[in-house]
Structure formats: C-alpha cells, structure tokens
Design a protein around this ligand. Structure first.
Ligand SMILES: [Cu+2]
Length: 380
C-alpha cells in the first residue's frame, strides 16, 4: 500500500515537473532526447581560451580552497552536486526526512570570482523519490536556472551561469508550487560567494583579508507531533509531506538549526579562531528572517543584503539576514573565550536551537574589560 502511494506520488510529481516546464518557462522547449533548452538565442557565450577549474566542494561550515583575490582571465569553475534525500536527527531522538545538496544541511558553499562561469552538474540518483532542481539567486534568467535544471530520479543536468554580481547568495531547490517551500524547509539550500577580483574592501575602500571563513546555514524545521506531543518519524520525504505541510502553515517552526542539528556548531564542533584573527562569517536563511549577533563581539564590517558592491556597514551589534539571502560579516577577535553566535530572537536561539559557538584562544586584554571586584556580599 505504502509502495503504491509512493509510486503514485512519484508519477504525480513527474507530471507536475512536466507542467512546470510548459507553464513557467515559455522559452524552454524539449528536444528529441527530452532535455530542455532555450530557443531564440540572441547572444552566444564565448568561452574560447578560458581555463576550466574543478572546485571540490566541502561540507559546511567550511569553504572550498580559494584565493581571496584573482587577477587573471575569467575561468569556468566546474562543480558537481548529488542530491540526497535522507533522514537527519535534528536533536536527540527527533528525526526529519530531509532533502539535501551533497548530503549536508546546508548544502556546500561555492566560491568563485566576479566574471567567472559556474558550471554545475547536478545529479538526482535513482534512489531518491522526488524531482529536484536548483535556483541560484546569484544568476540571471530562467528562474535562476530552476527552469533548466529540473531532474527526475535517475537523471543529471549541467547548468552554466555567469557570476557577474559579487556577493554572497543563496541557492535552493524550487521545483514548483507548494514543492518549493516543502523542499527548502526540508533543507534543500546552500550558498555561493562571488568574490570581487580585487578582493573585499572596507567602508573606506581598503583591501581586507580574512584568516578564516565559516558558512552557517540557519533554518526552521516544521516537525509533526502525535497526540501525545511526540515527534513523528516518517519513512521518506513523500510520506512526511502531508503532515509537514500542515505544520508549515502555522508558520511556527518546532526547531531552528545552525547547520543541520541543534548544537551542530557547539562544543567540540565550535567554530575556532585566535585572538587577532579576522573571521568571515557567511550566514544564510533560505526561508525565514533572522538577526545575527555575536555575544561579546561585533560585526566590524557587514555587507547589507550580502552584496559586495554595497559599502559595508561598520561596528554592528546585530545584523539582518532576510529569508532568501546570505549575508557576510567580518570580525577581528580581540579577546579569548567562548562566544555565542546566535539569532537574537532569543526564543529562537535558546528554546528552538538557533545558536552556535566560536571558541577563541589567546591572551585576555584587561584594558578592554576587567572584573574589578569579584561577586560577594553587598557591602553597606
Ligand atoms: Cu528539491
């Protein structure tokens, strides 16, 4: 019975995928092999003489190896991601049927330079149940590439787009209709950083360099509960869908995670830095709004909306990350200790899980702060 439901759903989704191509993408037509392409091309890409470079993607919070400045000709940066529908334990004993790019939540951070071409091969293994695609907020046209990348289980597709807007941008799955929020709040998003060729600049136009960079993907999960309040576990993303959509409609997440599970970046998995080091934090939220605060520190430079063409704002206490964007913030640590990096809706941070730690080593600076008298009884 369950198998039949899944198969029927699969067929429905494939039909939906076909309708999506016809309705939402009037310029996308199918050739004989069934793949889609854009008709009536006005400008052809000229890739002659451009170097091809493969980028090995890594799981967040880490970034792939990259140069902070690059003065050569644009390159074609080849990447590959495999879509994985999988179960994730968001907190001890609480499971979700997640959808992921490359098996991590969030998907990997990509790093290229302004003017480069991103050439992504996306694979949807036969073991998955649903059709998926990718919408790059950094790209231009065809629903951010979504109209050209919809693939059923057992298919792969390759998309190329020009990274012409420097900044940090979300990418996410966007199949069609209600599937868009379902896939995104099931974890199917990540981010790309497009660095200016001459590097990041402060508010006065001076070059800035970072010693470390971390990528944090925040998201709300909407996990159904049974009549006794126990979280329900499902066999796959199709079986979970009806109940999860009901919880999604309340707009009230049951869990908020920084990188896939409560405490994923806490304790031995805390982000690390040394006093004197400059750290770039890239924070994305693909659905809900957030407001990021580093307790005991600041955002020395924060690029509004994640665009590196904006002059960074300085000395921020808290900065907005709107649903659907990635924002970069730079901070040079001046004191050692454990810093909480969190969503400053403190209910979301401390009761739902939206928090991480940065463990900073080094020498304390009494000039910046000192406990002058230890706690003790009140004296008259
Ligand atoms: Cu998807």
């Amino acid at each position: 019975m369950r198998t039949r439901t899944v198969v029927t759903l699969k067929l429905l989704l494939q039909l939906q995928a076909l309708l999506f191509l016809i309705i939402l993408s009037p310029t996308a037509i199918s050739n004989e092999s069934g793949s889609s392409y854009i008709a009536d091309i006005g400008t052809q890409a000229n890739l002659e003489g451009l170097e091809r470079v493969k980028q090995a993607l890594v799981a967040p919070p880490f970034l792939p190896k990259h140069q902070q400045t690059y003065s050569g000709k644009p390159r074609i940066i080849e990447m590959e991601m495999v879509i994985e529908e999988k179960e994730i334990e968001v907190e001890t004993g609480v499971f979700v049927q997640a959808m992921t790019f490359n098996g991590s939540n969030p998907g990997p951070m990509m790093v290229v330079h302004e003017g480069d071409y991103v050439e992504l091969t996306l694979k949807n293994p036969r073991t998955n149940v649903l059709a998926h695609n990718i919408d790059f907020h950094a790209s231009t046209g065809a629903l951010g590439g979504g109209a050209l990348t919809l693939i059923n289980p057992g298919e792969q597709v390759t998309l190329r787009f020009k990274a012409d807007k420097p900044g940090t941008y979300v990418y996410h799955c966007a199949p069609s209709g209600i599937m868009i929020p379902y896939h995104v709040v099931s974890g199917m998003y990540g981010a790309i950083m497009i660095l200016p060729k001459d590097g990041l600049k402060d508010n006065k136009g001076n070059l800035v360099h970072y010693d470390k960079a971390y990528y944090i993907g925040e998201q709300g999960w909407y996990i159904p509960q049974d009549e006794f309040g126990n979280y329900i576990r499902y066999p796959n993303v199709a079986a979970a869908m009806g109940d999860v959509l009901k919880v999604m409609k309340t707009l009230t997440p049951t869990h908020i995670t920084f990188n896939g599970s409560k405490g994923a970046l806490i304790g031995k998995n805390a982000m690390e830095a040394n006093v004197g080091e400059t750290v770039l934090f890239i924070h994305s939220q693909a659905n809900e709004d957030s407001r990021i605060h580093l307790i005991g520190g600041h955002g020395d430079l924060v690029w509004p909306g994640g665009s590196f063409n904006n002059t960074p704002t300085v000395d921020r206490e808290t900065w907005a990350v709107n649903g659907g964007e990635a924002v970069a913030a730079l901070y040079t640590f001046k004191q050692p200790g454990i810093y909480a990096y969190l969503n400053h809706n403190l209910i979301e941070a401390f009761m739902l899980g939206g928090a991480a730690h940065v463990s900073v080593k080094g020498k304390w600076n009494n000039d910046l702060m000192e406990q002058v008298v230890k706690p003790g009884p009140i004296k008259n």
